[in-house]
Design a protein around this ligand. Structure first.
Ligand SMILES: [Zn+2]
Length: 245
């Protein structure tokens, strides 16, 4: 695949989504060529991306939603095609199902280094609320983990972007016009993007800087960790308005 051009709607997953029977609960919500939102994951939004020969799941969701995700991917006959799992950050509602999905697919897991260390227990979680949650360790911990320290192209056309604030090692992923924001931002009807509450924000100043970076990307589609997928640019074009007071 030429990473300079968006993929056409002719991948295996796309074809299946077009021809799926009405009873099928697969990744039917096509967001963009090669991008699907999972229907069955729990806790946070999960996505599927076809990037050349690679197929990645972004944020497979809560531990106890793992079976649902595996069944959804199997129904779509894409489970065996999954090569990578991209994690935006260490919160359990995003990362919990990772180990089970990896055990079945053998996929490589990508996560920010600081967040991997929190999951391993070698780094302190960023807020009092999270330290309470961290008393229940993530078991089993995923096996093959690629820890990212900076910006990197993790798959053809998929860029990982450090977006600290919600967590220290938070990553957003960018695929052509699509921004997978994790919990770096929430969608907002007025300003396009907004922040999470402070009690689950590790570093508010860093979070606001990350928001500015994401605004500057010029992405058309926001695939957030929570809430609906939304178009960011107004029909007439132009940048997002600045956040209000
Ligand atoms: Zn989170």
């Amino acid at each position: 695949m030429d990473p300079a051009a968006p993929p056409a709607h002719d991948g295996a997953v796309s074809a299946l989504a077009r021809t799926s029977p009405p009873w099928w609960h697969g990744p039917v919500q096509s967001v963009y060529p090669g991008v699907f939102r999972l229907d069955r994951s729990l806790g946070s939004n999960g996505y599927l991306v076809e990037a050349g020969e690679r197929v990645a799941v972004i944020d497979p969701g809560l531990d106890w939603g793992a079976g649902r995700v595996l069944r959804e991917l199997a129904s779509a006959r894409v489970l065996e095609k999954v090569t990578d799992i991209l994690i935006t950050h260490y919160d359990r509602d995003h990362v919990g199902a990772t180990a089970r999905l990896q055990a079945v697919t053998g996929a490589t897991v990508w996560i920010g280094r600081a967040d991997a260390e929190v999951l391993e227990g070698t780094r302190r979680a960023g807020t009092a609320y999270r330290r309470l949650l961290a008393r229940v360790p993530l078991r089993p911990f995923p096996g093959r983990v690629q820890r990212l320290d900076g910006e990197a192209e993790v798959l053809p056309g998929v860029r990982a972007l450090p977006t600290p604030g919600h967590t220290d090692g938070h990553l957003a992923f960018v695929f052509f016009e699509v921004l997978f924001a994790g919990d770096a931002v929430l969608g907002d009807d007025r300003t396009g993007l907004t922040q999470f509450p402070r009690f689950i924000t590790t570093d508010r100043a860093a979070a606001l800087r990350s928001e500015e970076v994401l605004r500057g990307l010029g992405a058309t589609w926001l695939c957030p960790g929570h809430g609906r997928v939304r178009e960011l640019r107004r029909p007439g074009g132009g940048d997002l308005p600045a956040p209000g007071p």
